[in-house]
Design a protein around this ligand. Structure first.
Ligand SMILES: [Zn+2]
Length: 843
């Protein structure tokens, strides 16, 4: 029936559509033989909703949050005027808490109503979703026909009207931060995803439809409606979902076909159905990762479906409208049985009774111990679990589990709870599913404990300890002793504290052990900053090898396929500027110390290449992350290493051997890594290898066919070019693997000041020191730079003797300034080292 069954066609089509959409005008699109399609602009939406609310007693609007760019997110609830919405929410909660009683109740009271949730255009440029939502709101606000009344007799309609306002305004798939929100439902790094989850946990809907575009597997069966192909996330109670989800999809399909004569174009008038991946394909459109809205909602017991309309057009919006109507009628006719299956999901969870799972698939509980010095990762984990509506307990006393003793205050996530599937999805190790499919649609491993750096120890024993329900945590840090102080290199929050102190002009040192040290003094400010950080900072002597750190200026190469590196750097507390390749070609990287490249951003010009070389010659650090950036570094001549890559969508959690270097400080010799589109390096004789994939069993969880090729291979190297670091691990991926972020701060703060060996680099250093107040007056800086200008002149002529002579003059001036207190100790030491190295270079 379907000649094109290969999963990569989805991808191909998607890439093609993205390319087409990229050229569509913002204000709407005109397609050749169609009615002009003008999607409703974002700023017209609220007035339309307000008018419905004013004219209809069925409508209530709420602002449920703001987008990353600050635009309001709207929910609209449509119900009959005498519906008691609070009571309905309470009943949904009661279903979760007491599913067996709820099952009896609905048997005796079949006239209950179910929340039915519809999300518009989480991908901003897939416009018809929100337009269909507006048409549905219009109908259900005002109409009194039999179908409308029938649906409102059984359902409360909950619309997330425009999930991604930024994207709708900008004409992008992503939000204003560059994030694909339909990949953010585990991490919750973006406010839009968080608001969406709040709406789900507020209503606990029976059905959720997520309106997308654009897919056409064949002309006879345009569009797509889930359920999906395998592999399915094994945490689901998938049998209970599927029993009605497939029929609901068919009901949507039937409604589309029944109304086909009302469409304007041939594609729609001739449709015989739509593509239902579960029914029509082997694999390639799976529900494995919980990062997509409907797949995530399924873990709340919801019948979740992604709907992909065929085209960006008037007909495309009508397609969504009809499909939603089909689902609403199906839900109205089947709500009792559908609800019973939902209740059965919750019952299985609470009673730890999983007939579809092998014994031992779900542990009895996870134990989350809290690190005394740095509790911030566990704090984040607990808060995240609570946001997901997962039940978390806090032990009131010490207790034993599997022979280990745990302190009072340890967190426990019991798996005998209604949303056990979700809890386990967030805390399990994952699995290697490389053999389960020919291709996966997206990430296949998301081990939160490992990737966020907190312990969650599964246990099959019953834990017997008095405990109370955990509440949102806001742990205060503490400054202990008289100083000097040590900040351990242990978490993103610890690094953010270090950066804040540097920006507040504290003297911060980094030891060769990778930890950070602060002098005593200004204790009032210090107390406050440390308290807010959540970290305990203890008194410790500053190691002799410790070097003082400078404020650094970090640039990130801006790239359409943004992987979250900028967000990662910002979370680490760095002040970051995004640069486009043409800016670098034109202006160079004069004011920057570090350039981070992640993704495939390309600067092709000779000027780009020269400016990168000049940046490195001046002591700049070039950090390339992942496969594309590594290949780019090789093309630019920044490394001689051979760049090898796996299939582009391979991804997962890996075991890595980390060498003992300043770059890996704060990590174990054997520790984890994360790859997406994996890369490894060969011919590394001239490089310093910092980390390799482990020699055996290195692939822990995820999807990566033929991963053996990378076994034992180098995955992090310092290139033969001194300032270049290649990180094959995808450490900033969608702001997700936070545990790995500190590789970045380690690379940026290697524990020693980079020694500069060019006069131009030193001039910039002098200028920066002047701005930082390291000189008594501007005359001192000016005098040094006059010397350096002369040095620069002779460097260009390659007149070695004259270079050396003028650098010696520069050193005399430095000594003079030091004797007369015109220069700070730090600036003096660093510039003295530079000058020594520069002389050595020309000798
Ligand atoms: Zn989409």
């Amino acid at each position: 029936m379907y000649p094109m069954k290969k999963p990569f066609l989805y991808t191909l089509f998607f890439v093609l559509m993205m390319a087409i959409i990229a050229f569509m005008p913002l204000s709407g699109t005109v397609q050749a033989d169609e009615t002009p399609y003008n999607p409703v602009p974002y700023d017209e939406i609220y007035p339309i909703l307000e008018q419905h609310e004013a004219e209809s007693d069925r409508v209530s609007i709420e602002v449920i949050g703001q987008s990353s760019m600050g635009h309001d997110l709207y929910s609209v609830v449509i119900s009959e005027p005498d519906d008691d919405l609070e009571q309905i929410k309470a009943m949904r909660q009661e279903m979760i808490d007491n599913p067996e009683e709820a099952a009896d109740f609905i048997e005796d009271n079949p006239d209950f109503k179910v929340p039915f949730m519809i999300n518009g255009s989480i991908h901003g440029n897939e416009y018809p979703g929100t337009d269909a939502v507006l048409q549905l709101i219009d109908r259900f606000a005002h109409e009194h026909d039999d179908t409308t009344e029938h649906i409102l007799d059984h359902n409360i309609l909950v619309f997330n009207v425009v999930v991604n306002p930024d994207g709708r305004i900008l004409g992008t798939r992503q939000n204003g931060e560059g994030f694909d929100l339909n990949r953010d439902h585990v991490t919750l790094s973006q406010p839009e995803a968080a608001a969406n989850i709040e709406l789900i946990t507020e209503w606990n809907p029976m059905v959720q439809l997520d309106l997308h575009g654009f897919v056409n597997r064949s002309d006879d069966y345009p569009g797509l409606i889930e359920p999906t192909t395998g592999p399915h996330n094994p945490n689901y109670e998938h049998d209970l979902y599927l029993e009605y989800a497939l029929d609901q999809a068919k009901a949507m399909e039937a409604e589309l076909v029944e109304n086909k004569q009302d469409y304007e174009t041939d594609l729609y008038q001739n449709m015989k159905g739509t593509h239902i991946p579960y029914r029509d394909a082997e694999d390639g459109w799976d529900d494995y990762p919980p990062i997509f809205t409907p797949m995530y909602a399924m873990l709340h017991g919801v019948y979740g479906h992604t709907l992909e309309t065929p085209t960006n057009s008037v007909d495309g919006a009508k397609w969504h409208y009809d499909a939603v109507m089909g689902a609403l009628e199906f839900a109205s006719d089947n709500k009792i049985d559908m609800t019973k299956n939902q209740l059965e999901i919750f019952r299985r969870g609470i009673q730890f009774d999983h007939p579809e799972h092998e014994d031992g698939f779900f542990p009895k509980a996870y134990v989350l111990p809290v690190d005394e010095t740095d509790p911030t990762t566990t704090e984040k984990a607990v808060n995240n679990l609570l946001m997901h509506d997962v039940e978390v307990m806090k032990a009131d006393e010490t207790f034993m589990a599997d022979g280990e003793q745990y302190d009072e205050g340890t967190y426990i996530v019991p798996l005998d709870q209604a949303k056990a599937s979700l809890a386990n999805t967030l805390l399990w190790d994952g699995e290697d599913i490389s053999d389960q499919a020919s291709a996966m649609y997206d990430i296949s491993a998301w081990n939160l404990p490992e990737l966020w750096g907190f312990d969650a120890i599964p246990t099959d024993s019953s834990i017997d300890v008095p405990a109370e329900g955990a509440e949102e945590l806001d742990i205060e840090g503490e400054l202990i002793g008289e100083g000097p102080y040590e900040v351990t290199n242990s978490s993103v929050a610890a690094m953010a504290l270090v950066n804040e102190l540097i920006q507040d002009n504290f003297s911060v040192y980094k030891g060769k052990n990778g930890h950070f040290y602060i002098d005593s003094g200004h204790e009032n400010t210090l107390h406050q900053v440390v308290e807010e950080s959540g970290i305990t900072v203890k008194t410790a002597s500053i190691p002799e090898d410790a070097k003082e750190l400078d404020n650094v200026n970090v640039a990130v190469l801006k790239d359409g396929g943004q992987h979250g590196i900028r967000t990662a750097l910002e979370q680490l507390g760095f002040e970051v500027e995004e640069m486009e390749p043409p800016q670098i070609s034109e202006n160079g990287l004069g004011g920057y110390d570090v350039l981070v490249v992640n993704g495939s951003g390309v600067g092709d010009s000779e000027a780009y290449k020269q400016n990168i070389q000049a940046f490195l010659a001046d002591g700049g650090k070039y950090i390339a992350i992942g496969a594309s950036a590594s290949s780019r570094a090789a093309e630019l001549g920044l490394t001689d290493a051979g760049i090898h890559t796996g299939q582009w969508n391979s991804n997962g959690v890996v075991n890595v051997d980390y060498k003992d270097t300043s770059l890996t400080a704060g990590y174990n010799e054997q520790d984890i890594g994360f790859v997406y589109n994996p890369v490894w390096y060969r011919n590394v004789a001239d490089d310093r290898v910092i980390a390799s994939f482990a020699d055996q069993d290195f692939f822990k969880a995820g999807f990566w066919k033929n991963s053996e090729a990378a076994q034992g291979q180098s995955v992090m190297i310092k290139g033969n070019h001194q300032g270049v670091t290649l990180l094959g691990l995808e450490i900033g991926f969608r702001a997700h693997p936070e545990y790995l972020y500190r590789m970045l701060s380690n690379a940026i703060y290697p524990g020693e000041e980079t020694i500069l060996t060019t006069a131009s680099g030193m001039k910039e250093r002098v200028e920066r020191y002047e701005n930082d107040g390291e000189f008594e007056n501007s005359g001192a800086a000016r005098a040094l730079n006059a010397h350096l200008t002369a040095v620069s002149h002779f460097e260009e002529q390659e007149a070695a003797e004259k270079v050396i002579k003028h650098v010696e003059g520069f050193q005399d001036l430095l000594d003079h300034q030091q004797t007369n207190n015109l220069i700070s100790e730090k600036a003096y030491n660093v510039l003295k080292h530079d000058a020594d190295a520069l002389i050595e270079k020309w000798q």
